[in-house]
Structures are given as C-alpha cells and as structure tokens.
Ligand binder design. Sequence first.
Ligand SMILES: Nc1ncnc2c1ncn2[C@@H]1O[C@H](COP(=O)(O)OP(=O)(O)O)[C@@H](O)[C@H]1O
Ligand SMILES: [Mg+2]
Length: 357
Amino acid sequence: MKVKNLRLINFRNYKSLDIDFYDGFNYIVGDNAKGKTNLIEAIYALSFAKSFRASQNEEMINKDALFATINATITSGELSKEIEIQFRKEGKKVSLNKKPVNKLSGLIDVINVLSFIPKDTSLLKDSPRLRRNYLNQTISKFDKSYLFLLISYEKLLKERNDALKSINLNLNLIDVLTHQIVKLSKEIYLTRKRFISDLNKLLPGVYAKISSSEENLSIKYKAFIDDEEKYEEKALKIFTDNLNNDIKRKVTTVGVQKEDFEMYLGDRNLALYGSQGENRLSVITLKLSPYFLVKDEDKLPVIILDDVLSELDKTREKNLIDFLKNLNQVFITNTKKSEFCEENYFICGENTIKKEQ
Ligand SMILES: Nc1ncnc2c1ncn2[C@@H]1O[C@H](COP(=O)(O)OP(=O)(O)O)[C@@H](O)[C@H]1O
Ligand SMILES: [Mg+2]
C-alpha cells in the first residue's frame, strides 16, 4: 500500500494542497509550526478516519471553514483506490471510490498505517489503557475477526455492567452474561498471546538494527488468566469470587478489559529502569515491528514518524534512516535535513508544502 497523492481542503492550516509522494522515503522538513505534523496527521487519518491527537473533528477543520476534506489515491500493487474523508463539526463522512463506507474497519484493508509520534515515548510509563489501545488497534489492523471479537466483548460487558446497576438485580442474567464473557475472553486472550509471541520473535532483530545494541527486547503479556487449558474454569472462579465486589461497585472489576503488558530490555523492566533514550528506541521498535508480520508485498504498511530524529544521536539517526529506507513507504518529519539522507525532501513553508527540486 502506498499513498501516491494527497489532496487537502481546509484541513488544519492547509486551505488547499495537492501533492504527489515518493514510493519509498519521504522526508518532510520545516521550521516549527509550519504544518509538518498536520500533514502526517492527514495521512494517519486515512486508515482509521481518526486523528492521533485531535479529540474532536472540529480541531482538524481550518478555523475559517465549515468542513475539511482529505482525498487520497492509494495503490496496492496494480490496484488504485480513492479515499475521501470529510470532517464536519457534527461528524464525518467516508467514501471509497466515491461510494460511502459505513464500517470504518473497511479502510484498514485499503491502507494500514504504523506510526510513531513523540508522545509514544512515554507509552511504557503511561496508563495501561494506552498500551491496551495500542495492542487492540494493532491486532485489529492485522486480524479483522479480532476487531469483531472486541466489539462483541464491549457489548456484553456493557450489558453486564447495566445489569449490575439495575435496582432489581437479576443474578440469572448476570450469570448468563458472565459465561458469554468468559468464552469471548479466552479468544481475545489467545489472539493477544499469539500476536505478542509473533512480535517477540521480531523485536530483538529490529531493536539491534536501530539501537546498535544486542540486548534482548521483549514484551511480557500480563494476562487476566494465563492458562489455556483451564481458562474457563479459572475465569469463572474469579468472576464468582468478585461478584459481590462487582455488585457493590456496580461495574465489572475483572477481565481482559483490564489487561496490560510490560517491555523488558534483558531483564530490566523499561517502565521502571529504562532511560528516556531506551524507552524511545524500544517503543519505535514496538510500533514498527508489526510491519514484518505482513507477508503480501502489496499490503505492506505505510510508516509515519513525527519529530523523532531530533531526539537521536548521530549513530541512531543513521541507523534509523538506513532501516527506514528499506521499507515500503515512509513519512518522516524534522526541523532540519539529515546528513544521512540525500534526496526525497519536501519543504514545509507558510501553509503549503513542496517537493524539493
Ligand atoms: N484547525 C486549524 N486551523 C488553522 N490552523 C491550524 C489548525 N490547527 C492547527 N493549526 C496551525 O497549524 C500550524 C502547524 O502545526 P503543526 O503541523 O503541528 O506544526 P509543525 O510543523 O511544528 O509540526 C500551527 O501554527 C497551528 O496553529
Ligand atoms: Mg510537529
């Protein structure tokens, strides 16, 4: 998958932009507040119709306009598709080849974006919710049935929580819902476990390339129950043991919706003992490694990295650029050019961006 062309209308500081990209490496350079992050935010939005930073559609609409439009031509091998996303205050409209798309999961098949943005540096120290979101979003990009599992799980969890809040407590209903939740939990657990095990095979190799360190980078999955054989039995016991607490708190207090993971360099837990630099390189590795899970060359993800080079020393800057140059299509931003990249620059100036000639 490649973003061949991008057209923006009233998206953030871009009133009107029409730009073609390179197949491999795209280096976006410009002073502060010129629109580098805005540009890659638009590319990111193509895969989930969501921003990585705006909580409301309104933020993405140019302050003098009523709506913003992102249009893009995406190629996958010989095939070419047109995505259009229109953001309005009251919602968004997405179309693919001019036909409306109702389920946003439909966009994942057209473009899969892997990203690293500065705030990801603290992922391992932040709240478990952010790590869970990372895990859920990333697995969903590679396994659509997982997305549907999560949606069904959320629905059941809400029904159970509603039942716990009810004045006339229906213990039978709670029991039925608990059994259904446990069934789905096991599938979610197995999918997460498989994904983490696949990633663990990739992390040390990618980390070595980027960091020049031979330390073993790994993920430790903190599962609600880590026992495939006796999963149902153990899960039902925990739900039963917690029922009174759940009734008192009027919410389900245990389950896969609370799971988490940790990352280790050798035997050091990075959240506790990692330096800022180690955390940054480890999270970059974590977020880019799923690239190598894709076997079909036409479906390789697009990578975006915002403001990452300025934080790296010369060795890691060279390592990262050399690593990225071999990938399908990459967008990287920085306030200055890099001595390790001779070409493929885009210059970001007053509300516009141009290919360097
Ligand atoms: N909705 C909007 N309408 C107009 N300008 C915006 C909007 N959102 C952000 N901007 C402006 O876009 C400019 C560039 O932002 P950004 O892409 O984050 O810069 P940088 O190049 O440092 O990454 C900022 O000056 C900001 O005020
Ligand atoms: Mg920026």
